[in-house]
Design a protein around this ligand. Sequence first.
Ligand SMILES: Nc1nc2ncc(COP(=O)(O)O)nc2c(=O)[nH]1
Length: 296
Amino acid sequence: MSGHPRDAEVAGLPGLSGTGRCLVMGVVNITPDSFSDGGEWFEPEAGVQHGLDLLAEGADLLDVGGESTRPGSARVSEDEELRRVIPVIGRLAAHGAVVSVDTTRASVAQRAVEAGARLVNDVSGGLADPRMAHVVADTGVAYVAMHWRGHADVMDGLEVYDDVVADVRDELSARLDVLLAAGVDQKQVVLDPGLGFSKAGALNWPLLAHLDALHSLGRPVLVGASRKRFLGHLLAGSPGLPADEPAPPLARDDATAAISALAAAAGAWAVRVHAARASADAVRVADAWTSAGLAG
Ligand SMILES: Nc1nc2ncc(COP(=O)(O)O)nc2c(=O)[nH]1
């Protein structure tokens, strides 16, 4: 897909841009309450080991987060967020891993970069902390700007769109303009549709079906569908599962892998997933299939 935004340079990640293939970002949530894996790796040692396990399963990079973004979750203090993520980021970076910090706080992003993070993954796209753009500009690290309309306590009430694809594209385009005006280099930015963030079930599928709308902004796109609620609704009533409630998070990994394959075929730069091996295999299938098609 030469010339495709997926192959555009991503600052600070020389080995992970222009590869021509979709990357796998493994999720390391150091939280007691994340919606699908809260508490499993709340201790630093366990978090580090989980990150190493994800790399062994095929993850290309790791996303370390210390604050749950689950709808309705309470915020954690800056000190607590730092306590959770900085030791794990430092240890994983020391192991040679490419590490991202999942935070909306500029102060946490700064400290994470100092500890070895090479990407800041900001679900708010810079809206939650006006200092974030300056930290990203000053450090020069890669930056994921996700589409977002508000924190977990309000996000579900902000899901009114005229045209969800056009609205998300336009709102991300506006964020990109603000970031560039603050001195962030275009090469630092990766975009993300923010699946499940102020987007009820059915609103997520058009965003996946039209990743080209985000690619029209000229930057690589990260897709984070893993284990999310809209997949639970899709899978309700699957064999062995009740029809009147969403499939539980841990029953959504096969569907997540299917999305990883389709997102890779649609040119996604990376997929953010909890189960790395399934999606690592899925994107390899998509890349083989797509390459054969290109070969004619
Ligand atoms: N860039 C990006 N970051 C994210 N961080 C957390 C979650 C919520 O999922 P989790 O609680 O399982 O980490 N989703 C995203 C996402 O879709 N994109």
